[in-house]
Design a protein around this ligand. Structure first.
Ligand SMILES: [Zn+2]
Ligand SMILES: [Zn+2]
Length: 406
């Protein structure tokens, strides 16, 4: 008789306990050698080599990204479940977002599923996705179709409150450049065209725009170049803005308005304007069945899972784009007390603390347990897919856009 779901869950948990020292060593090694977006060579090698050593077929370099990898363990007919690994750090701050935990937990779950590969149907993939912090590795990989053949995708993210259903804002990044004409600012200003004026008008136009936007919108930006000398009319100015909203289509609608603000700023100053819309992170959906299963599984290991508070603060993530292609979850696990902000030195410290280590092990177990649920109970997999079809607007205009190449 084949083992029950409960027995298989116990086995993956026991297995992860067995390899825990090795997993923690991997996590701490990645943490000690932080590598930023698209330069995660050693971190990627460590995770990919580990998966290979445990019998995964590994492809290094995916979707034209050198630091992406794909590890596959194919079994018999059945669902294809992916664990998503991130392993990029932040410039100057190291692993202040705890991606060492994300990458290692995903790898741990994959190794545990390998230990029961003869007992469950389907395929496990461990997908290494670089450059979450700004480079949008998953956006690029999504456009290459890397996630198309999956039935479910899951990853975890360290935080200060365990939540399975928190979503994110859709987000666009846009860079504006203004071109004017330099002139002596005192002697012949009438011959100059002030690119900084165009830039500041843009900034102010956007501030005026805010009042007429939905409350879920977030627009924030900086002026990255404002001139070179006070006595020279600036011939060049530049600014960077993030334009976010609850859903992708509205975020694009707002982006169009923001671009008009820049056009108007340039027009007023007599300057010319160029913009570059570099990347779109889609709104992240939490699949209810996957979220419930993961919540029950990690809850059974002692994690106190909570609902997001009304008006819970949100950022954006390239997992959003994955969640629009396949039933996905991106739950948060607790590694530090409330009030410890992400992207801080305190959070970097928490990412190798004993609390962080424990969260890593729990997360690896809960992801493997959730995969066991989906592989042994086809009705749950189907339920997740039905929910996905209900949640996603496949005809939404934004889905036809391509973001990283024009
Ligand atoms: Zn981050
Ligand atoms: Zn992060």
């Amino acid at each position: 008789m084949s083992p029950s779901t409960a027995e298989l869950k116990e086995r993956v948990c026991d297995y992860i306990d067995e390899i825990a020292p090795q997993l923690l060593q991997i996590s701490h090694t990645i943490h000690a050698n932080p590598e930023i977006s698209f330069a995660e060579f050693e971190s990627m090698k460590l995770l990919a080599d580990t998966a290979e050593a445990f019998g995964y077929a590994v492809q290094r370099g995916v979707a034209g990204l050198e630091t992406a990898f794909m590890a596959v363990s194919a079994r018999t007919q059945g669902p294809t479940i992916a664990f998503i690994a991130e392993y990029d750090a932040l410039p100057g701050l190291g692993h202040a977002c705890g991606h060492n935990i994300i990458g290692t937990a995903a790898t741990g779950a994959a190794l545990a599923m390998q230990a029961i590969r003869h007992e469950v149907p389907g395929t496990i993939k461990l997908i290494g996705t670089p450059a979450e912090e700004g480079g949008g590795g998953k956006v690029i990989m999504a456009e290459y179709g890397v996630f198309d053949d999956l039935d479910a995708a899951m990853m975890i993210h360290p935080g200060t409150k365990a939540m399975t259903t928190r979503t994110t804002l859709a987000s666009n990044k846009v860079k504006f450049e203004f071109f004017g004409k330099s002139a002596h600012a005192a002697a012949i200003p009438e011959l100059g065209i002030n690119a900084l004026d165009a830039c500041i008008q843009t900034y102010n136009n956007i501030n005026a725009l805010r009042q007429h936007l939905r409350p879920d919108v977030r627009i924030h930006g900086i002026i990255t170049h404002g001139g070179d000398a006070a006595n020279v009319v600036p011939a060049y100015a530049a600014a960077l803005f993030s334009v976010r909203a609850a859903d992708s289509d509205y975020s694009f609608e707002v982006l169009e308005k923001v671009i008009r603000c820049a056009e108007a700023g340039a027009l007023a100053a007599g300057a010319t304007m160029k913009y570059e819309h570099s990347m779109h992170y889609a709104q992240r959906l939490a699949n209810p069945t996957l979220a419930r299963l993961f919540g029950e599984n990690i809850g059974s290991l002692g994690e106190d899972v909570q609902e997001p508070a009304p008006g819970e603060k949100m950022g954006s993530s390239d997992m959003g784009n994955v969640s629009q292609i396949v039933p996905s979850i991106h739950p948060y696990v607790t590694i530090a007390p409330p009030g410890t902000g992400g992207h801080t030195p305190e959070f970097a410290q928490a990412s190798i603390s004993s609390w962080g280590d424990q969260a890593l092990i729990r997360s690896a177990k809960a992801m493997a347990m959730t995969a066991v649920d989906l592989m042994t109970q086809p009705q749950l997999m189907q339920q997740a897919k039905d929910e996905f079809s209900d949640m996603v607007d496949f005809d939404a205009p934004w889905r036809k856009r391509r973001f990283f190449h024009k």
